[in-house]
Design a protein around this ligand. Structure first.
Ligand SMILES: NC(=O)c1ccc[n+]([C@@H]2O[C@H](COP(=O)([O-])OP(=O)(O)OC[C@H]3O[C@@H](n4cnc5c(N)ncnc54)[C@H](O)[C@@H]3O)[C@@H](O)[C@H]2O)c1
Ligand SMILES: O=C(O)CC[C@@H](O)C(=O)O
Length: 409
């Protein structure tokens, strides 16, 4: 069913999972006042209820926007992931429904790199275990199993925004950095790319994962990979919980093949802070367990709020889709004195010709036109005289393969 734009006070923005106040401020400054804000994620039923009349939704990593949820969200225009990961959204379904998904690809990366750096130092010194023992009244004063990081090798798996920053920070402490990535990457500092993950595992004192959740990364580290790691080495995962076989990790830690680990992300994470965290890693003194807070700093959350809310407001106001993760990217200037028509259609031959023919037959003058496509969909933006906008919209809706239309006056 095709949709078109509304007055701003009728546009409902649903914000979940306590996204930063900076997001609310951005929306309000842009004139969007109909904001439903929730501090936590919603259960299935409450989510269906709240999203069914929402035009924009903002989530973090907990809310699962499955095909089923998206199909029920009939008014949804765009989705904002107030984080890096977008694996919690069925991106392909969103695309086919004509819904762009935006995220914040950089804003929390420094926070993750800093946390991991701190964990490396703590784990190399055996601090988590000494800390746990002290809390129980013990006193583990020994240099056994306690090392400087200087001169040790850090193996980074996934050398993207986080992996590269971690590598640079680790080098400032005198670590040697090697990395494995499926793409050829420019090594920063003195880092060295290794084209075999097994070789990286065999030569690293610390292995840190920074890959996205994809079908290829699912369980990419399991029994065989832990066995390939050096005895007494350290393992860190602040990427996604699905990447590691958590039972295999538990065994490697209990057998003391690994000296310690820091895990921030889990295959199943509690829905809210009130729910119990269940994991086989609980109770292991040599493991730092953190509740998916790698990117949770004041600085990161504020910047993410501004960045993602800004992208959603811009898409709502002028149709720009720059940096959408599942959608044709169109960078648009602000329009003045004309109306802008947005047309999302199934990518099939001849759509643009049909639009131009229909407009020409009706005498609708096109002042500007932009088109971008993916394999699945096309996104056409046109500017027409405002007095012809409604007529043009009728023509657009009649074009075969139309998924959505919107007019911006
Ligand atoms: N713990 C947290 O709070 C937190 C915060 C931010 C990001 N993250 C997670 O960290 C991930 C990485 O973030 P980023 O900003 O560095 O992403 P990025 O996209 O910049 O980098 C990911 C890198 O992984 C590589 N890669 C992809 N598949 C791979 C594979 N199978 N083997 C090896 N390398 C592979 C990519 O080529 C890329 O270089 C995110 O996708 C997100 O899931 C977690
Ligand atoms: O804030 C979150 O919930 C997720 C943070 C992180 O995993 C990300 O993908 O950016």
């Amino acid at each position: 069913m095709a949709k078109h734009s509304l007055d701003k006070d009728k546009i409902k923005i649903l914000l979940l999972e306590g996204v930063h106040q900076s997001a609310v401020d951005v929306f309000e400054r842009a004139g969007y006042t109909n904001i439903e804000y929730h501090k936590a994620s919603l259960g299935d039923e409450a989510l269906h209820e709240s999203i069914k009349d929402a035009h924009f939704v903002g989530i973090r990593s907990r809310t699962q926007l499955t095909a089923d949820v998206l199909k029920r969200a009939e008014k949804l225009i765009a989705i904002g992931c107030f984080c890096i990961g977008t694996n919690q959204v069925d991106l392909a379904t969103a695309e086919l429904l004509g819904i762009p998904v935006f995220n914040a690809p950089f804003s929390n990366t420094r926070s993750v790199a800093e946390l991991v750096l701190g964990e490396i130092i703590m784990l190399m010194r055996g601090i988590p275990e000494r800390n746990a023992i002290a809390h129980r009244g013990g006193w583990m004063k020994t240099a056994a199993g306690s090392y400087e990081v200087r001169g040790k090798t850090l193996g980074v798996i996934g050398y993207g925004h986080i992996g590269t920053q971690l590598g640079i920070l680790a080098e400032t402490l005198g670590m040697r950095v090697v990395f494995f990535d499926i793409e050829d990457k420019l090594p920063l500092g003195n880092a060295q790319q290794i084209h075999s993950m097994e070789q990286l595992l065999a030569q690293s004192d610390v292995v840190s994962l920074h890959v996205p959740e994809t079908p290829q990364t699912k369980d990419m580290i399991g029994t065989a990979e832990f066995a390939a790691m050096r005895k007494g080495s350290i393992f860190i995962n602040a990427s996604r919980g699905t990447v590691v076989d958590i039972d295999a990790l538990t065994v490697a830690l209990k057998e003391r093949h690994l000296a310690g680990a820091a895990i921030d992300v889990f295959p199943v994470e509690p829905q809210s802070n009130d729910d119990e965290f269940i994991s086989p890693l609980r109770g292991l003194d040599n493991v730092l367990l953190t509740p998916h807070v790698g990117g949770s700093t004041a600085e990161a959350q504020e910047n993410i709020g501004i960045e993602v809310a800004g992208k959603l407001a811009k898409y709502s106001d002028n149709g720009s889709t720059v940096s959408a993760v599942n959608f044709p990217e169109v960078s648009l200037p602000m329009h003045k004195g004309t109306s802008r028509l947005l047309h999302i259609h199934q990518n099939r031959p001849g759509v643009l010709i049909k639009i131009n023919k229909a407009f020409s037959e009706k005498g609708i003058n096109i002042a500007a036109q932009y088109l971008q496509t993916t394999a699945e969909i096309g996104y056409v933006v046109m500017e027409v005289d405002t007095h012809q906008a409604e007529e043009a919209l009728v023509e657009l809706k009649a074009i075969e393969g139309t998924l959505r239309t919107r007019v911006l006056f």
